[in-house]
Design a protein around this ligand. Sequence first.
Ligand code: MN
Ligand code: MN
Length: 397
Amino acid sequence: MSEAKSGEASIYGALAGETFRAERDISSSNQGPKNLALMKINPNSDVPPPTDHGVVEPFWYSFDLTHRRVQEGGWTHQVTSRELPASTEMAGVNMRLTKGSFRELHWHLADEWAIMLTGRARVTVFTPDGAMFIDDVEAGDLWLFPAGAPHLIQALGDEGCEFLLVFNQGNFSEESTLLISDWLKHTPPEILEKNFRLGPDAIAKLPKGEPLYIFPSDEPEKSLEQEIAEAAKYAAKPKVSYTFKASTMVPTRQSDAGNVKIIDSRNFPASEKIASAIVTLKPGCIREMHWHPNGSEWQYWIKGKGRMTVFPGQEAARTVDFNANDVGFVSNMAGHYIENTGDEDLVFLEMFVASEFQDISLNQWIRALPEQAARAHTNLTSEEIQQIPTGVNPLLR
Ligand code: MN
Ligand code: MN
């Protein structure tokens, strides 16, 4: 019986007064009040595997628990260090824009990494060297807007778009970005006249009231090529690309258990400070036991379901279930694996505040050890040790 099934059985079993074995094989009978909806999606919290133990800081949250700021043209919600206190260096924002709608021109303190989840958008970013970068992205593609570089996102196509933003600032807030309409509104009109060399009638037209933030508009009138050509009249040519077409990238690693696309400063030079892996894992398969020597891991679960056990050391370990639109977090150096417990492909992101993706595989390490040392630590025979997978395949069937 799979863990998911045993967890489900535990809900109804608990109602029927049955008991189940949990941590250290002690009864987990549960007679009092319970939140059955939460128990059903968290079978590994309800009846922890007997190997779980001790206190591990919370490492699960869901965008579907957050306040959604809805306005004409789209919506947004966020999971930051306010929702997930362990994540001090990374935060995420999920945003939707309807056809033609804009996320207002703005900038902020953090770098912004993004993946398009559905639909298409046109993005522009203006860089400190005076270059204007414009491109169109579709589902599966990425962008990176450096801290301080002002940028714009506009939905293309009838369906509009939805995307996930990841920031290298734990307490980032979408409510506290620097907006062009906000600044103009808070500048004396006579200064605006001097700055723009415009008369009072023109300055009177500038937006007042609430900042625009997200607002409806028409789709771009011009093609991407035309807009790039026009920008070139007034701005320098960008030295690097601020988008990355991950949707058409050949996976970095591929096996019968799934594939991994690793995108960091080595293949996406604009992403100097944020490294990522997009993992697709087949049902029943695992992302092998590993850890990361260069930072904490912030996860976004795009599709499917799974479970993860996090081992931060000192005899502590906790197993938690995840579904689409959830956020996971693995503190620096903590050991972990991910298992696809569903019956469809699981897709999730591993995000790091780092220039390069790095991980250490338990299997590779054991197989590289002097064999006597491996035997002494595991009680396994030579034959058994030689069955442990070697090589660089992070996904196992
Ligand atoms: Mn932004
Ligand atoms: Mn990992």
